[in-house]
Design a protein around this ligand. Structure first.
Ligand SMILES: [Fe+2]
Length: 408
């Protein structure tokens, strides 16, 4: 809130709208008094961006963005429903591959690094057609152990982020590979430390930190591995404030891909379930990135990532003002706070016939105002299991975007 300025549009609060005097669909800050009023109720809020990132094309990092080069633009090529069918198949293949890869690494067997490129490039194609299908899948954690889920998610989210930054297609493939293989060194850390269901002792933590050097050394020995992948494995825990490990590098020594992966890595680690703790909500992870920008995370990239993920990422379970419960399906770029949602529970939280509501239409249609989002819920709330809706193919179904007539 201390960063609010007159002219900004507030699109989300850190608390339930109903507990404040503000408008549910967002409001403009017209005067310093408005800022004071927001400060009475909130510590942080979401403001609507212009849709432009003040980042891409400015910086020349080793990994290939040229100064002044225009960011690549990728128009959507598919509906999110159609893309769900493809993304699911691709993710399954990537899962099978990385599960085998990590296992072979752990047991010192030979690993196939060549297949990774083809699989990552298939993932890039999916994200380019429609990023919200793959984003959604990162919310649906499978049954594999943490490192497998984490490597897949960091790969997919990095590609989604890179698309938004306007990286070229070959850069997106390289970035995805960096995400997929960044933590391979963890397989060289003793299993009991990796899977310990509690806090690590200082000594264990020092051993865990070696996964960076172990991973880089392992990848270096493989033929045909892109140098960026080795660099990211080594330096994804380095920080712009110089307090990272293993080498305490300075900000100027960190490459673009390292900075990107360290942000995505932290986001997924905070939101994912661990052996010792359940994952925290996406909004909480974004708040941490925001607070640590310029310190633990690159300032501009952290802001760009927050803008990419948005306040209600696909797959978020939300309660609506009319007490019904829905799942976020997708959202257009300028209206991330007014996504399309699939209603899955009635006002009594009982299962209902599912239907889609496009909250973007609430701007012109007052009848849709009761469907605006009141707050985010965690997966599992009211017995809602995202995975079970997904398995029923609901997100692949082309619903007509109108709610049924409400008897109330
Ligand atoms: Fe790591």
């Amino acid at each position: 809130v201390s960063n609010l300025k007159v002219g900004m549009f507030v699109s989300g609060l850190d608390r339930d709208w109903l507990e404040t005097p503000f408008l549910m669909q967002g409001f403009f800050i017209h005067s310093p008094e408005d800022i004071n009023k927001v400060a009475e109720y909130c510590r942080h809020v979401y403001v609507l961006g212009t849709g432009k990132l003040d980042f891409a094309g400015e910086v020349d990092f080793e990994s290939g963005i040229l100064i002044g080069r225009k960011p690549e633009k990728y128009p959507l090529q598919s509906s999110v429903q159609k893309e769900h069918k493809q993304a699911k198949v691709t993710q399954k293949k990537v899962r099978k591959y990385i599960r085998g890869f990590l296992k072979s690494t752990r047991f010192g067997e030979t690993v196939d690094t060549d297949a990774a490129k083809g699989l990552v490039s298939e993932s890039v194609e999916s994200v380019l057609r429609h990023p919200d299908a793959m984003s959604f899948l990162t919310k649906l954690r499978g049954q594999d152990e943490y490192t497998v889920e984490h490597c897949i998610n960091v790969c997919m989210l990095a590609i989604v982020f890179g698309r938004r930054l306007g990286l070229r297609k070959n850069q997106l493939i390289n970035l995805g590979l960096c995400g997929l293989l960044h933590d391979v060194g963890k397989m060289k850390v003793p299993y009991e430390i990796l899977m310990k269901p509690g806090r690590l002792t200082q000594e264990e933590y020092e051993i865990m930190k070696q996964h960076t050097e172990l991973g880089a050394a392992f990848l270096k020995k493989r033929k045909g591995v892109f140098q960026g992948v080795i660099d990211v494995a080594l330096s994804h825990h380095e920080r712009p404030d110089g307090l990272g490990y293993p080498n305490g590098l300075a900000d100027s020594e960190l490459a673009l891909f390292t900075k990107i992966i360290s942000i995505v890595d932290a986001y997924d680690a905070i939101t994912g379930d661990r052996v010792y703790a359940t994952g925290r909500p996406s909004t909480e992870a974004l708040r941490i990135l925001y607070e640590q920008r310029g310190k633990q995370f690159d300032d501009k990239l952290a802001l760009a990532f927050i803008q990419t993920v948005g306040i209600y990422p696909p797959g978020t379970v939300v309660e609506l003002l009319n007490q019904k419960v829905a799942v976020v399906v997708d959202a257009s770029l300028g209206l991330r706070h007014l996504p399309r949602v699939l209603v899955v529970r009635d006002e009594n939280k009982e299962p209902c016939e599912e239907y889609l509501v496009d909250l973007g239409e609430s701007i012109d249609n007052p009848q849709l105002k009761p469907y605006l989002i009141r707050s985010s819920l965690s997966d599992g709330c009211y017995g809602i299991k995202l995975a079970s809706f997904y398995e029923r193919g609901l997100f692949e179904h082309e619903f007509k975007s109108t709610p049924p007539a409400d008897p109330s």
